[in-house]
Design a protein around this ligand. Structure first.
Ligand code: GDP
Ligand code: IMO
Ligand code: MG
Length: 431
């Protein structure tokens, strides 16, 4: 039975939560393998709307075991808040498993995230301010705290002390902030230990055994390909591996176990935060997409920058992730636009580039070369098969498939669970 990886193919907010929810009834485990509560995944079930941040969207599917993998950074206060919110809405969260090796986001990580952004000024990343970057920096610097440390107060204290020995002088001397007190930091963390203990597990072992037993496991990425620490638009990226490879290291399964990789992609493009974005619109059309698509961040409420579909990015994502299937979302948002531009290549200082430039300056200078597709005016939110779509909408989907380097296996026509056109089965063995 398959291991399915699901990733964002653009700059995030493609509709990964909805796509995960769609598969919820057919999978046994949903694993979050990267990122933390910088993510905001929306799931709409009937009239109920849920925003998941730290928890995988699979937590909403009865019978699914939700897993927070070792590659995630966990802000435990946020985890408890999210569990409480879901419990108060009648969602059973008792099956949750949290990796003992996942790293912890502490108060000093959040502070450092916010002060470094301010310090960067014009060069800021536009982070979510949730402490993601500093927590991953500590992990790589080998001064991080892991969930397992909560259960050994002596080790925890030694590690917090070590981390603050480095950070306090920085906070005080460079950033003009107050130092963090070791005892207070340790006490705050120890107070979480009893409540989190029942959820903590050796998740790499659990997941490998589940696959051995023929269970279906879905790996749900946070963020997206263009925000990946290695493959995104560095330095305007997040600090984790948001591409398909991250599912392997971030959960402890081998690459030979992965059967398929789904890329979720909007029928246009959005981006939150700073950084280059070749198809970005600065005119009324950008505002139109923002309003019609409801393009406001689930985590920070910031307005998302909007632009046209970028096939160079789609092909890049197909390659970097080894995509087997694309889920195109928000086709309904394009209804009523007379002529829809699709970026098929870049003009970089007078030179045509068909693939993602390797040089960061080239990408910063890239302007889109568009092809234009005829639009449609009919409401498509009721379409449940390709044949229900007006011809122009079908042609648009077919065109995206032709230029994106991967087959289109489903098309979203609205935020609700059933507002989708299935084309190919999204859960399949390797081919
Ligand atoms: P994620 O971070 O990738 O899970 O995406 P977000 O939840 O941040 O943003 C996607 C938004 O688009 C949410 O508000 C979804 O409810 C909504 N959405 C998802 N698919 C569709 C679709 O096909 N059509 C429309 N109109 N909205 C959609
Ligand atoms: P989902 O999972 C869109 C962006 C931030 C910022 C950059 C770094 O909902 O698609 P960070 O706080 O991670 O250090 O910020 O990454 N970013 C996202 N943009 N969707 C997300 O998650 C994002 N998570 C982080 O806006 O530009
Ligand atoms: Mg989101």
């Amino acid at each position: 039975m398959p291991a399915v990886v699901l990733v964002g193919a653009q700059w995030g907010d493609e509709g990964k939560g909805k796509a995960t929810d769609l598969l919820g009834s057919r999978v046994d485990y949903v694993v979050k393998f990267n990122g933390g509560n910088n993510a905001g995944h929306t799931v709409v079930i009937g009239d109920e709307k849920y925003a998941l941040h730290l928890l995988p969207s699979g937590i909403l599917s009865p019978g699914v075991v939700p897993v927070i993998g070792n590659g995630v950074v966990v802000d435990i206060s946020v985890l408890f808040q999210e569990l409480d919110d879901l419990n108060s809405r009648g969602v059973d969260t008792s099956r949750l498993l949290v990796s003992s090796q996942a790293h912890i986001i502490t108060r000093y990580h959040r502070t450092l995230d916010q002060v470094t952004e301010r310090f960067l000024g014009k060069r800021r990343i536009g982070t979510t301010g949730r402490g993601i970057g500093p927590a991953y920096a500590d992990k790589i610097n080998r001064v991080g705290l892991r969930i397992a440390d909560l259960f050994d107060p002596k080790i925890l204290r030694a590690k917090v002390e070590g981390a603050l020995d480095q950070k306090n002088p920085l906070l005080v001397k460079l950033y003009n902030r107050r130092a963090f007190d070791v005892d207070l930091a340790v006490d705050e963390l120890l107070a979480y230990a009893d409540r989190i203990h029942p959820f903590v597990a050796n998740t790499p072992l659990v997941l490998n055994q589940a696959l051995d037993d023929g269970k279906t496991v879905l790996f749900e990425a946070g963020q997206a390909t263009m925000l990946d620490i290695d493959h995104g638009t560095y330095p305007f990226v997040t600090s984790s591996s948001a591409t398909a490879g991250g599912a392997v290291t971030g959960s402890g399964i081998g690459p030979t176990r992965v059967d398929s990789v789904i890329g979720v992609i909007k029928a246009y493009t959005t981006r939150v935060g700073e950084g280059p974005f070749p198809t970005e619109l600065f005119d009324d059309m950008g505002v139109y997409l923002q309003k019609t698509g409801g393009e406001f961040g689930v985590t920070t409420g910031r307005a998302r920058r909007c632009g046209w579909y970028d096939a160079v990015i789609a092909r890049y994502s197909s390659r970097i992730n080894g995509l087997t299937d694309l889920v195109v979302t928000k086709l309904d948002v394009l209804t009523g636009i007379e002529k829809i531009p699709v970026c098929v290549a870049y003009d970089v200082d007078g030179v045509r580039m068909d693939e993602m430039p390797d040089d960061q300056s080239d990408f910063h200078h890239a302007t889109p070369i568009f092809e234009y597709m005829p639009g449609w005016t009919q409401d498509i939110s009721g379409a449940r098969e390709l044949t229900d779509l007006p011809q122009a909408a079908r042609d648009y989907v077919q065109y995206l498939e032709d230029v994106s380097g991967c087959r289109v296996s489903a098309v979203g026509v609205g935020p609700k669970r059933d507002e989708i056109i299935p084309i190919h089965d999204l859960i399949h063995a390797r081919f």
